[in-house]
Structure formats: C-alpha cells, structure tokens
Design a protein. Sequence first.
Length: 467
Amino acid sequence: MSHQRFEFVVIGGGPAGQKAAIQGAKAGHSVLLVDKMGHHGGECVHRGTIPSKTLRETALWISGYKQHAHLEEKVSCDRTVDNLMRRLDSVRTAHERFLEDQIERNGVERWHGRARFTGGHQVTVEAPGGPERTVEGDHFLIATGSRPRTPNNVPIDHEHILDSDSILSMIYLPTSIVVLGAGVIACEFASIFASLGVRVTMIDKSERPLGFMDEELVERFLAHFASLGGTFLQRRVIDRVEWNGTAVEARLEGGEVIRSEKMLCALGRVACVRDLNLDLLGVEVNERGVIPVDEFCRTSVPHVYAAGDSIGPPALAASSMEQGRRAARHALGLPDPKGSGVLPVGIYTIPEMASVGITEVQAMERSGEVLVGRADFAELARGQIVGDTEGMLKLVADPSGRELLGAHIVGVGATELIHVAQMAMVGGCDLESFVDNIFNFPTMAEAYRVAALQIVQAAPRELRRVS
C-alpha cells in the first residue's frame, strides 16, 4: 500500500509545532502538521498563555492596579468569571484566525487527529470519529506539549479541586482558594486571584517561590502578595486533599489543616509523549518523562526531533517557538539560525517579573565578586505617574563594572523592559553605554541609567573612563 509522503511531519500544533511547520514550508519543503486539537494554537492559545494573560489583564484594571495612584475608588468587580473573561473569546478567536491564516498561506497541510509512530519513517493518524490515515516522512518533530501533573493524594475533580487546565472553568470567583505549588503557574494565578479580592493561600515545600529567580524580585512579589491578603506557607508538605462536602481540606504533614472554597493544583506539568509509541523508534525518554535532545533539538534517533514542553525546561512559549524553528532548519538542511542564546524570562504575576542572564548569587558563585546597581521605580517620574512605587530594576555586572551579566526587573512593564538588557548583552554593550546615552523622559526605561550609574560610580577608579 502506498502512503502519502512529506519531507517534514510535525506532531503538535502549539508554539513549537506551528513555528517549525511554517519554517519548513517557507523554505519550499512539503510539511504536514498533525494536531489532536480541532483548532489552531494548541494548549497555549486555548487553556494556557492566552486565557491566563487575558484574565490577568482584566484583573489589573478592575482591581485598580492600573489606576492612577491618586484615585481612591476602585472599579467594582462582577464576581462571575464569565464576565471577567468576556474578552477571552475575541482575543482567542483573533489569534487563532491569525495562526490559521499563517498555516494556509504558507502551504502547510494540516490533519486533525492523534498521531503515533507505526514505523521508523511512518506515522498513523487517528481522526476523531473517522478512519486512520498513515503518512510517511523524511523527518519528524515531536511538539506534543504537556498536561498538568496531578499527584495521587490530590483528587482533581475539576469542580472543587482544579488543575491549571480547568481553573478558568469556574462559574464564580470563590471567596477563598488554596494554591498548591510555588512555580510560575502557581504564582501567576495566586496573584491574579488575590488582586480580585479572593483570599489566597499558596502552599509549597520550598523555602520561597520561583527559586530560579533573583531573590530580591521574589521578596518584592511576596510583599505585594501579602498586601493583597495573600499568604505563602513555606516548607509545607501535603499529606492528602479532600472535599468534605462544604470545603476543600488540605491536610499537611504535621497535622495542620487549611480549608478553602476551591483549590488549584499547580505542581508542574508532564510531557505528553506516552502515547506516541516512541519505543518502536528507539527514541529515548529520560527519568523525568521528557525527551533528551542536542543543541539542534535532535533526539537519539537522527531523523526525529523534539521541541517545547516535550523536552522539558524552560518550557516557555518563546523558547518553544525558537526550538521548533531551529529543529526545522537543521532537519531540512537550512543554515543554522544566528541566535545568541541570551534567553529572557517573563513571569506574568502581579506585579510582573522578568530576568535575563545570571542572578547576583550566581555571579558571586562564579567570580566571588560583583557590582550591583538598583533603580527603584519610586525614584522615577514615570513610576510616580503610573503609580508603581514598589517596582525595581537591578543590574548585575562583573567586578570591573563593564560587563553586564544579568538584569532583573519587578513591576509595571517588566516583561517589556527586559529586552533592553537582552539586546545590550547580545551587542556586548558595557555599562557606561546606559549612562552616556539618552532615554526618553519620563519613562520606566530610565531605570537602566539610574542602576548603571551606581555600578559605574562603584567600579574601580582605574578602570573607569576619564570624563
């Protein structure tokens, strides 16, 4: 039996799969995109990034966070989640239409169904309620995303005890919610609900949330979270969770019991690779359930690539897109992309946080000595105007005060501002570049000049430029 054949077969239609498929098609190759979802964009568009950030933007406005500091009245909030998410359908539809247009105009063929490998160069696709189709490919990309991790002692029922996929299916905002976990998803939702007036308790076994972020940023995040009535319970281990008929009970080791109206389990995600039949190909999956890859996103089988959540951290939409693009270019013999590898991280908490490069602690471990400059947003005219007097930009430099090693921001516009530092690191700019050049006034970006000036003034005198 003859089967249809493509040069590049992509399994999964999220950020990694979409970018990979389009990259291959733009270069003139035949590309098939197989996606189990009937709509474009994957979990990112329909349950993850787009919905949660839409809710966050709504929360910023109705909570008064984006109101001028001198305004005392807060906008009243209708407590139905449906009203809070009224913009989601339009945002999601617009983005899905854009993705669909990209796929079509670049000539990518798209099949709706679940794929599994049935041969070294063969995939069988099972369409919902329809027949199976088999396709052959020269190269494959696995970009099947992830699902919420649910421990056995947390019985998810999607009504009282929810995961990060079902949390936005609530009809009404609860009066209280317990959030299990202290990673990105946990902190984002915890701060969103706290800003909407929900009593939030975040529980985790760690010392502090977001352990990979600079400590000063996390401290400021926690201070704002506490000002909203939020509580972070550190070094706590969950024994079991149960719905007692009137409340959700989180029973902790040691006997402590925390009760709430709802619970969100945000204890990480698991790569969706189990049903792909990878054993048939010999594609390795490590003990964490993700697929190891090389710098080109190539698996242990040379013609099979993987990207996005399938390969583990950082598991960001932005990094997944670049991984998909890199995999496609390598698989199809295109020139390698010239990316710098300087990857920014953006966390959409309230207030938002962003980082690029290494932290102060990491820099100290590396060289034993660093220079640090800080700019409090309260010092900036724009910070006063927009009402953000809690934010901060922090620059970490080498002992000479010349090389920028990292930048860390908490506050309004953090995820946008971080790209200034990213481009400075990519371009090899020294710290004096921030001092010697002009920033618009008033702007939040002036924080770079304030922080850099602290470093330049503290640098060894013999290394400083003579004015």
